[in-house]
Design a protein around this ligand. Sequence first.
Ligand SMILES: C[S@@+](CC[C@H](N)C(=O)[O-])C[C@H]1O[C@@H](n2cnc3c(N)ncnc32)[C@H](O)[C@@H]1O
Length: 246
Amino acid sequence: MIADEGPLDWDTSAAADAYRDRDMRLAEELIFPAVLERLGGGSGADRLALDVGCGTGAVAARLAGTGQWAVQALDPSADMLDIARTDRPHPRVSYRLFDGRTLDWLADDSVDAAVCCLVYCTDPDDGRLAALTAEIRRVLRPGAPYLLADLNPEATGVAFSTLRRGEPDTVYTDGDSVATLLRLRDGTTMTGATCYRSLDRYRSFLTEAGFPSPEVELPTLAHDGPTDEAPAEARTAPYMILTTYA
Ligand SMILES: C[S@@+](CC[C@H](N)C(=O)[O-])C[C@H]1O[C@@H](n2cnc3c(N)ncnc32)[C@H](O)[C@@H]1O
């Protein structure tokens, strides 16, 4: 069990291998469909979407699979990109290594949509994320959507079916490193370090980069039975989805 060895750095081949085997059910229900819906339809090969911090390619492949977007899928981890290229090749996805900060091969106002899922929480460097957010703002054409999905900062310590971030009854503040347990498909777990930031800090990244303050969604799982039998993810949102426009 990888969790016993302490938090993994995300930018390692061990983290990439473990992340490949994560249990994606909650993200598949609560993040990915909502992100595709908020992006709206592209129309043909000319519409370009960025998947920033694509990891093993789950979001990029779904976006390209709609047939409506050409996707540039970017990540600073060569190990994550190797897995993405192997597991999720797609003729409309181009995977690209980048520095996590700069989009200098893209012209101003040249991109039709950008998504960034579960990335800010894995990068403790505020300066890099501020620069990256400003770059995303620069390359998006006016009115284009930016979808930023991440762990819900109000859900630390909650034992969801596929993840738990931090300890119950512990107050975290901006910049704290929080051990975050992810369940893998075989029932074992991995633990990665994530960086805690409040919702206000996320808003600041966006507004300081020139985006309007985002709409905030906190999706929970539908549950029909008695409330006291509801799983944690039916009562508390594991993730948040921020939507803003260039
Ligand atoms: C938890 S994974 C999420 C991957 C994918 N977006 C998903 O939802 O499955 C986080 C990814 O963010 C990448 N990452 C970390 N810092 C980044 C940065 N500054 N810019 C872009 N990607 C970054 C990591 O290399 C890793 O692949």
